[in-house]
Design a protein. Structure first.
Length: 335
């Protein structure tokens, strides 16, 4: 004859399973990052505008482990490029992205950005300073609001990862934000808990200039789900940028909407778009190396502007002088 088991009374349950015991088995929640809106510096030519720093220097490692192009690993493709749109980003033929495995600089300073909203990419722009897309951040009060950077992540952690303590931005672009104004400033600088850049190095940043349109100068790194499964980094090397505009019909908005036909997809958002400079760097200083001009943002059409009545569509990058400005302020206030 089986005996019926009675449920525990409250007193019995408290003795049987204490609050401290429960804590041992509960999932540790990631730390929620604080957020701060930074006052934007006036653009040159605006009221009160003064010349401002539009370049930040890369942090090259002391050791000579620097490569401009990693050895690529060509994986089987899950999605072949045939010109179809893959919302919210587009794979344009020929698809030049390749998965790679490289622990040298600057590739190890790029990595996966993992949040409660999903994953994307980012890159170190200082010792504990991460540049990524604003729309990857959980901005609302109901979001968990945590952000983890996993440098050079390849199926697992290759280097130590770090959570963000503070997220700095000019605007807050959510995952549901759309339009040319949201794209133009779709970036944040995150202050990490750990100084990963001291070991890994970091990339510089600079303003994108229209004179560079059409030049095959640029590379980007991301974690696209279609060829790397979101767990292996992929990059496209030496592609061009087609054009760039300040947002708004009269092009008076801040930031730049930067148009490219490089292939990007889910998981590339926030990834750095950068070029290499020889000795002297983009500002004529002494800092050779890679400089970020934009981060991957979105795909789609943009309305006409006063200087271009054509249909503007493609993959869109966020950049402009405000990007290195934000990096510069983050480096100065949170060294």
């Amino acid at each position: 004859m089986s005996h019926k088991i009675e449920p525990l009374t409250r007193l019995q349950a408290e003795r049987h399973l204490s609050r401290d015991t429960i804590k041992e088995f509960t999932f540790k929640q990631p730390p929620r990052a604080s957020r701060r809106i930074i006052a934007r510096r006036p653009r040159d030519g605006q009221a009160g505008g003064k010349p401002h720093q539009s370049v930040t220097a890369p942090g090259l490692p002391a050791k000579g482990d620097i490569t401009a192009a990693p050895e690529a690993l060509r994986p089987p493709r899950i999605l072949r490029a045939r010109g179809e749109k893959v919302n919210p980003l587009t794979v344009y033929p020929p698809d030049g992205r390749q998965v790679f495995n490289d622990n040298t600089y600057p590739w190890r300073a790029c990595g996966r950005v993992f949040t409660n909203r999903g994953f994307g990419a980012g890159a170190l722009v200082g010792p504990r300073h991460l540049l990524t897309a604003s729309h990857l951040v959980g901005w609302t009060a109901t979001d968990a609001g945590w952000l983890l950077f996993e440098p050079d992540f390849f199926d697992r952690d290759v280097f130590p990862s770090s959570h963000a303590d503070l997220i700095l931005s000019y605007e807050e672009a959510s995952a549901t934000s759309s339009g040319e104004f949201s794209v133009a400033e779709d970036y944040v600088v995150c202050i990490l808990q750990d100084r990963l850049g001291d070991q890994l190095g970091w990339l510089g940043s600079t303003t994108y200039e229209g004179d560079w349109d059409g030049g095959n100068y640029w590379s980007h790194v991301g974690y696209p789900g279609d060829i790397g499964g979101g767990t292996r980094p992929a990059r496209e090397l030496w592609f061009s940028i087609a054009n760039s505009w300040h947002p708004g019909f009269f092009e008076t908005g801040s930031g730049l909407d930067i148009q490219t036909f490089a292939s990007t997809n889910h998981g590339d958002s926030g990834g750095p778009v950068f070029g290499w400079w020889p000795q002297g760097g983009p500002d004529g200083g002494n800092n050779a190396g890679p400089y970020i001009v934009a981060v991957v943002s979105s795909e789609g059409g943009m309305p006409a502007v006063i200087t271009d009545w054509s249909s503007r569509s493609g993959n869109w990058l966020a950049g402009g002088s405000e990007l290195p400005d934000l990096v510069s302020q983050a480096l100065a206030e949170y060294p």
